[in-house]
Design a protein around this ligand. Structure first.
Ligand code: URA
Length: 241
């Protein structure tokens, strides 16, 4: 485990914000390996060093944040009795308690999937109020037109389905990029169905401000960087709208 700043560890573990950590240190309430530290920015190894805050030993739990390029044919669920899940693609030590795919993709959808054991993040990201934008690349069986772009932009309502306005950019006769801010069941497929098209291939390219790393081939994964973790719920990037 790499060395990390003590205040970053404490804020990551929801023990104290960085400024609270600074105050704790100044009040001699932080100890590392039995010694009081009056600085909260020293580097420590949270898995080896014994950290005590206000007299209580820190039980360090590193949270994991992974991105995977999900292959088709695998379920985005934590466990399934009959079918392979995305967790089965991870090495055993990462298939730990509480790991789940944050934001599901259909079995035949490929692309960016986030996996974490940070339930709080899952909550924030999937909250309908949060409206995290997601970008998809779509292929379908219909010649797409500006009418479809307009219908998506107006928000689609068809039968019992209603979807918020979504941006579409046509990239070929039968292909488009689509950006949505909801995460309804089979949403893209149902939106296309509503304009008379069936989706033939679907790939997620971005969630919030996090892009699928195009060096990952299908089935491969990597840890998110700290910056990417911060960007998951960042809605400032909307490349189509
Ligand atoms: N919309 C769908 O229809 N399927 C997905 O997997 C994701 C979005």
């Amino acid at each position: 485990m790499a060395l990390e700043r003590l205040d970053k560890i404490l804020s990551g573990q929801n023990i104290a914000t960085r400024s609270e950590a600074k105050k704790l240190a100044l009040k001699c309430r932080l100890e590392v390996n039995g010694k009081i530290t009056r600085r909260s920015d020293i580097k420590v190894d949270p898995e080896k060093d014994v950290i005590v805050v206000n007299g209580v030993k820190l039980v360090y739990k590193k949270q994991l944040y992974l991105m995977m390029n999900k292959p088709s044919g695998v379920l985005s669920a934590s466990r399934d009795r009959n079918a392979a899940t995305v967790l089965d693609l991870l090495p055993k030590e990462l298939r730990r308690e509480g790991m789940f795919p944050a934001g599901r993709l259909d079995k035949d959808t490929t692309g960016l999937l986030l996996l974490t054991d940070d339930g709080e993040l899952g909550h924030r990201m999937l909250s309908p109020k949060k409206h995290v934008y997601k970008l998809y690349s779509v292929e379908c069986d219909k010649l797409l037109s500006e009418d479809d772009v307009t219908r998506f932009a107006q928000g689609i309502s068809s039968g019992e389905d209603t979807f918020l306005p979504a941006a579409m950019k046509i990239t070929g006769d039968n292909s488009a990029l689509v950006e949505i801010c909801e995460g309804k069941f089979h949403q893209i497929k149902r939106m296309f169905h509503a304009v008379g098209a069936e989706v033939t291939a679907l790939k997620r390219l971005r969630i919030g401000g996090v892009y699928l790393d195009d060096s990952l081939s299908e089935g491969q994964w990597r840890e998110l960087t700290d910056e990417e973790i911060r960007l998951i719920t960042d809605n400032s990037i909307k490349e189509l709208s």
